[in-house]
Design a binder for this molecule. Structure first.
Ligand code: HEM
Ligand code: HEM
Length: 177
């Protein structure tokens, strides 16, 4: 019989990303504005470290998803909802890669070291590489608008399934079962 729920590992990875993202947005909104010659203070370096951890967890999650698939659609959910949910899920996966990579490119371009547990990661762009100034702006816009907007829609849909349709879709990502 096809699975009716995500695997325990998929659930842990899903909720880990939520917790990491909450911390990441708190750092993003409270860290000093990053301009020319801004020193890498604690909050900024935490933003870099958490961003790279999110990217790493997203890679593990995508590999898990590619090798384990998703549960069969819940009974009675119309096809258009299954299809739009799938598109939304893939857009969220895409953002979990594009947003941190753009941030990393911008940090490299600004000559800011990205350090993970004492080890400096390679630069994705040369310091002050001409023509790449947009990476920081697009990074912030995608995180603040696209990611938060789509996650908001995703949560609304989950609540709609839980409270209005009561069809068990929310339970597919909950502990147990
Ligand atoms: C999913 C992961 C990430 C999220 C959600 C995120 C979110 C954000 C947000 C919302 C801002 C704008 C802050 C504001 O409103 O002023 C920002 C700025 C920034 N982030 Fe991230 N970030 C992530 C990962 C990273 C990573 C991995 C790096 C670098 C290694 C990074 C480097 C930066 C830099 C340099 C800025 C300043 C951009 C500029 O104004 O030019 N971020 N981030
Ligand atoms: C309170 C916040 C959240 C709730 C209540 C929630 C709820 C859910 C539920 C119920 C599912 C299963 C949907 C189904 O069976 O079709 C799901 C899947 C998913 N969620 Fe969330 N979620 C939340 C936050 C997030 C965040 C922050 C992200 C990433 C940015 C995210 C990305 C995904 C993805 C990509 C899937 C599809 C998993 C796959 O097929 O591999 N979710 N979520």
């Amino acid at each position: 019989m096809a699975a009716t729920s995500y695997t325990g590992t998929a659930k842990v990875l899903h909720w880990t990303i939520l917790v990491l993202l909450i911390a990441q947005f708190i750092f993003a909104w409270t860290m000093p504005h990053i301009g020319r010659n801004t020193p890498v203070t604690t909050l900024i370096s935490l933003h870099f470290t958490f961003g790279i951890i999110i990217l790493a967890v997203a890679i593990v999650r995508l590999i898990w998803r590619a090798t384990h698939g998703e549960p069969a659609p819940a009974d009675g959910v119309p096809l258009w909802q299954t299809v739009t949910a799938r598109i939304l899920h893939w857009l969220l996966y895409l953002l979990l890669f594009v947003v941190p990579i753009l941030g990393w490119m911008d940090a490299s371009r600004r000559g800011m070291p990205v350090v993970m547990f004492g080890l400096e990661l390679p630069k994705l762009l040369a310091t002050r590489a001409p023509g790449w100034g947009w990476t920081g702006d697009v990074h912030g816009l995608l995180a603040n608008y696209a990611m938060l907007g789509l996650v908001g829609l995703h949560v609304l849909m989950a609540l709609y399934h839980y409270f209005v349709r009561r069809d068990g879709v929310m339970q597919r990502m909950m502990p147990g079962r």
